[in-house]
Design a protein around this ligand. Structure first.
Ligand code: NAP
Length: 260
């Protein structure tokens, strides 16, 4: 299948590690130009070097998302460098464990800034350019928006809001031919996931217990599988898909638990 993404420009937040890194690499392998945005400068530069060494084009923008009005500058820098914008992948975020019982209102608000407000801000500033290209937006949410996890009210609120915004923006942007979809990862081994896993006394036993409940193959989803879904949804080959919540998770969230 030809995705026709050559020379198209996509902003990937958190694009240097984990799921974002896989999306960045998948875009580059399609001949697109990923703009890697995030706070991990070294990781981003190493990734950019890899892409450029393979003949691809990319750019790194170092930013702490959720602080100040940095999203306008991210869009401005992208347009200054490449003159166009074809899509935004809102991906940066972290499960920060702000609990209902032991958290607090300052921590809850901080979580909203780290996990949600930049999703809005970036798209707000990107829309004028996405109108020109009939671009696409992907919001990386989480299964937690549908299942809850316990002990993480801020993150859960943000992930749920990202799903609502996916539908809301799909409606508002449909007249401009801009598509908006969400992906809900469940269990994907990334630096963030590894950090969470290591909070358990026996991480190996915990991961075995989780994998045993994943219907398709009793294994985690790979970052590359999330990336492939993302890049397909960014391409014109999914040209009539908008407002959707996709769960590439081996059936973990939606299939009958009796089958595992
Ligand atoms: P990851 O391994 O931590 O990678 C995320 C990248 O984004 C990191 O480079 C991180 O920087 C950066 N980042 C995070 N918040 C940022 C901020 N406010 N400003 C700038 N950079 C920021 O995470 P991941 O597991 O790939 O997760 C990516 C997305 O998938 C997140 O939205 C997450 O909620 C979602 N998700 C993941 C899973 C999973 O199983 N992994 C499941 C459900 C949902 P640092 O490394 O410097 O912190």
């Amino acid at each position: 299948m030809k995705l026709d993404l050559e020379q198209k420009v996509f902003i990937v937040t958190g694009g240097a590690k984990g799921i974002g890194e896989a999306i960045t690499l998948e875009l580059a392998s399609e001949g697109a130009i990923p703009v890697i945005v995030g706070r991990s400068e070294n990781a981003a530069k190493q990734l950019a070097d890899r892409i450029e060494a393979a003949g691809g084009k990319t750019m790194v923008i170092v930013a702490e998302l959720g602080e100040g009005d940095g999203c306008k500058s991210i869009v401005d820098q992208t347009i200054a460098a490449f003159g166009r914008l074809d899509g935004v992948i809102n991906n940066a975020g972290a499960n920060d464990g702000v609990s209902l019982i032991s958290g607090g209102s300052t921590a809850f608000r901080d979580s909203l800034m780290k996990n949600l407000t930049h999703y809005y801000d970036l798209v707000h500033y990107a829309v004028p350019y996405l109108k020109e290209t009939k671009g696409a937006i992907i919001n990386i949410s989480s299964k937690i928006a549908l299942t809850g996890q316990g002990g993480t009210s801020g993150y859960a609120a943000c992930k749920g809001a990202q799903l609502a915004l996916t539908r809301e923006w799909a409606v508002e942007l449909a007249p401009f031919g801009i598509r908006v979809n969400a992906i809900l990862p469940a269990e994907v081994m990334t630096p963030l996931y590894a950090k969470w896993l290591n909070t358990f006394e026996d991480p190996a036993a915990k991961i075995k217990a989780i994998e045993s409940k994943i219907p398709l193959g009793q294994r985690m989803t790979t970052p590359e599988e999330i990336a492939a879904m993302t890049v397909f949804l960014l391409s014109g080959r999914s040209g009539h898909t908008t407002g959707q919540w996709l769960s590439p998770d081996g059936g973990y969230v939606h299939l009958d638990r009796a089958i595992t």
